[in-house]
Design a protein around this ligand. Structure first.
Ligand code: C2E
Ligand code: MG
Ligand code: MG
Ligand code: MG
Length: 287
């Protein structure tokens, strides 16, 4: 097991061009130009099953390749887009890009899931559900192969209207994940009312859990709660073997984190899928 995990780490592709620079000053005007000039692109981070380390899917994560300022983090430009009325245009642009990639992967015979982060503002966009459905038809993507990730905090604001939109998406067959769970203050009852299929436990509960008993208690009860609500459990931000072993012991379903792979641009992801993971799986099956 140890040698397997070391193997995974040793075979991670280089991510030299994915370093996110420190705080950059960017304006809404620059962002609006960036959308039209195709400066915003997607990286993809694998989501793996704890059992067998199979590739379940990838999460699309936005990256702004600024011509002079380097790679800008979505943590900077997504809130900027939300504040300046650019989020709908950006979401539609990125989803189309994500579906183009998904269609290409399917043409290669790769049928893994696609996870896409949705802004809470998109849940208030009345046309979004119909548009998303039309996109699945245009690109030949099955809704059941797509998961929309919504942060826990986004659900607290406009709970009733957000739930209506999510319920419509769920009815169409899309999967719904509650993202960054554990950072907000949703109580168990609110959680149970969200028509979700997946609970993504925030990195802050996962990071170094192996050496933090109190954090372990919180993580363990979160996993139990999710299981009792019939939600697939996902741990994000897995960075070490020790933390992975704890997650395995707790019966978490899926893992994601730098320990397995950083977010990768499409070419690097394909290389990882072709060589890294197939070799990894072969070794894993020998144990
Ligand atoms: P998120 O959806 O919770 O994504 C996970 C974040 O954690 C990503 O940051 C990812 O690069 C990072 N991460 C993954 N594994 C590890 C790890 O092992 N250790 C550490 N330290 N970090 C890890 P990123 O890409 O900077 O994205 C930040 C947030 O921006 C995302 O959090 C998501 O909420 C939002 N975001 C990203 N892309 C989009 C998008 O296309 N649309 C919307 N609305 N939001 C997006
Ligand atoms: Mg996410
Ligand atoms: Mg998350
Ligand atoms: Mg997060």
């Amino acid at each position: 097991e140890c040698s397997l995990l070391r193997f995974i780490q040793d075979n991670k592709p280089e991510n030299r061009n994915l370093q996110v620079a420190a705080e950059q000053e960017v304006t809404a005007v620059e962002l609006s130009h960036a959308i039209t000039n195709h400066e915003i692109t997607l990286a993809f981070q694998p989501k793996l099953t704890v059992q067998g380390l199979l590739l379940r899917g990838v999460e699309a994560l936005a990256r702004w390749k600024h011509p002079t300022k380097g790679i800008i983090s979505p943590g900077i430009f997504i809130p900027l887009a939300e504040r300046h009325g650019l989020i709908d245009a950006l979401t539609r642009y990125l989803l189309q890009k994500a579906f183009e990639h998904k269609r290409r992967w399917q043409q290669y015979g790769l049928r893994f899931h696609l996870a896409f982060n949705l802004s809470p503002l998109s849940l208030a966009d009345a046309d979004m559900v119909d548009w998303l459905l039309k996109m699945t038809q245009d690109f030949g993507v099955a809704p059941a192969d797509v998961t929309f990730e919504i942060t826990e905090n986004a659900l607290l604001g406009e709970l009733a209207s957000a739930i209506r939109t999510l319920a419509r998406l769920r009815l169409k067959g899309f999967h719904i994940a509650i993202d960054d769970y554990g950072t907000g203050f949703a109580n168990a009852q609110q959680l149970s009312r969200v028509p979700a299929t997946e609970l993504k436990i925030d990195r802050s509960l996962v990071h170094r859990v192996a050496s933090r008993p109190q954090q372990y208690t919180i993580l363990a009860s979160t996993v139990t709660l999710a299981k009792n609500l019939n939600l697939t459990t996902v741990a994000e931000g897995v960075e070490t073997e020790e933390d992975f072993l704890v997650l395995q012991e707790l019966g978490v379903d899926l893992v994601q984190g730098y320990y397995f792979s950083k977010p990768l641009f499409a070419d690097d992801l394909l290389a990882w899928v072709k060589t890294g993971i197939s070799e990894m799986r072969r070794r894993y099956n020998k144990h």
